[in-house]
Design a protein around this ligand. Structure first.
Ligand code: ZN
Length: 413
């Protein structure tokens, strides 16, 4: 096999606990790493060797002999982003709803029905083409691992169709039959829950790694959510919950009680929710681009990290409440508005997402990891928040192959 050395890396984020904190981060003074919280670590003036799609070695000083060398000219490298929460298979456009919201209309869970209507009537090839466009956008934005949920069909055939399309682009698929009660079941929500936990689950479980439920006023209550999660988890699926997005509620505690992989949103938390997450394996996934697009309060990431919770960051890419594939934007919001430090936000957007998806060979660049990398047109990842809105992703690498951008650019100007 061909070995490739990527050299002249100003800062290589590895997440190796044996490596250094980024310059300017004083662990003792800032509280970074307290309470078991995990932060990004790495090497200055580094190189990284890829062999057979995996990280074979990292280091500083003289580079070991390899078949190929690629100078990154003083750029920085971080693990590819792991986006653990998206709804990318859909048809239609809800920009008018966004525009109305910015003009003062409140956000409510019911808008999902609009996308269900458009998605149900779309042909496979149209959904596939739209999905391919979004995946390409995500790749260019540095996302190398992607979770995709169903949830815009609300019928057994429709939900399994969305999961089949999602499986064409990622192994990380989530069954979200319990996204919203569709209009034709409005008079009988209990009957819809029976469908979600019965025939629909049977059709979707073989195509899914996780089961998810929107536990919120206007969607599913605690008992309905518990039923959905228990049924899916009994089939071997990991549990996920859309929890505490629009107000305080039972979602987070339910996720922890059932041993779910993640509780997502976590925008409105009571003290007991934070306590529950602090000692749990359940990852608290923050989706601050949603709070941006719905003009809501942001989740208090600082409080979660200080309590000892494991925090992930994801885009929640969907047409209603967060139509973005930019993890750079999510990191900038997490730093400015959720009060994570930059190294915490980088960890959460990479290793945190991997923790939520239950995968251990992505989200870091230690030896043995898949060589999934973001090459940043900046000397350090701090620039992701310091230079918001600037397209800093020079290249995205998956398994050692460049899938977007160009690593062969000249020295960083
Ligand atoms: Zn979502």
């Amino acid at each position: 096999m061909t070995t490739t050395a990527f050299t002249d890396i100003a800062w290589l984020t590895t997440h190796d606990p044996a490596h250094a904190l980024p310059a300017g981060v004083d662990a003792a003074a800032s509280g970074v790493g307290r309470h078991g919280a995990e932060v990004s670590r790495g090497l200055a003036d580094a190189w990284l060797v890829v062999d057979s799609g995996r990280v074979a070695a990292v280091g500083t000083g003289s580079t070991p002999p390899t078949d190929q060398r690629v100078s990154l000219g003083g750029r920085s490298v971080l693990p590819g982003f792991v986006d653990s929460h998206t709804h990318m298979v859909f048809a239609g456009d809800r920009s008018a709803e966004f525009t109305a919201r910015m003009a003062g209309q409140p956000y409510a869970a019911g808008g999902i029905a609009t996308t269900i209507g458009a998605t149900r009537s779309a042909m496979d090839e149209d959904l596939r083409a739209a999905l391919a466009g979004r995946v390409a956008e995500a790749r260019a934005a540095g996302i190398t691992t992607l979770e995709i949920k169903s949830g815009y069909a609300a019928t057994p055939e429709g939900e399994s169709r969305l999961l089949r399309l999602a499986r064409e682009v990622t192994p990380h698929t989530t069954y979200l039959g319990a996204h919203v009660v569709p209009p034709e079941h409005a008079a009988d929500p209990a009957g819809y829950v029976s469908l979600v936990t019965g025939e629909m689950l049977d059709a979707c479980a073989p195509l899914s790694g996780s089961v998810d439920v929107f536990c919120e006023e206007g969607a599913f209550d605690a008992d309905q959510s518990r039923e959905v999660l228990r049924a899916g988890m009994a089939k071997g699926l990991a549990g996920r919950v859309h929890a505490n997005q629009l107000g305080e509620g039972p979602g987070v505690r339910l996720a922890v009680e059932l041993g779910c992989a993640s509780a997502d949103h976590c925008t409105y938390l009571a003290g007991e929710d934070v306590e529950a997450l602090a000692g749990a394996s359940t990852v608290a996934t923050l989706l601050p681009a949603t709070d941006f697009s719905t003009r809501q309060a942001y989740p208090d990431g600082r409080r979660l990290v200080d309590a000892g919770a494991t925090v992930a960051l994801a885009t929640n890419c969907n047409p209603g409440s967060s139509y973005t594939t930019s993890m750079s934007f999510v990191i900038a919001l997490a730093v400015r508005d959720c009060h994570l430090t930059l190294p915490e936000a980088v960890w959460s957007a990479t290793a945190g997402g991997a923790r939520s998806l239950g995968v251990d060979d992505v989200g870091h660049l230690r030896v043995g990891a898949r060589a999934d990398m973001v090459v940043l047109d900046a000397p350090s990842p701090d620039h992701l928040a310091y230079r918001p809105g600037v397209p800093l992703i020079a290249a995205t690498v998956v398994g050692g192959d460049v899938v977007a951008g160009d690593v062969g650019a000249g020295p960083l100007g």
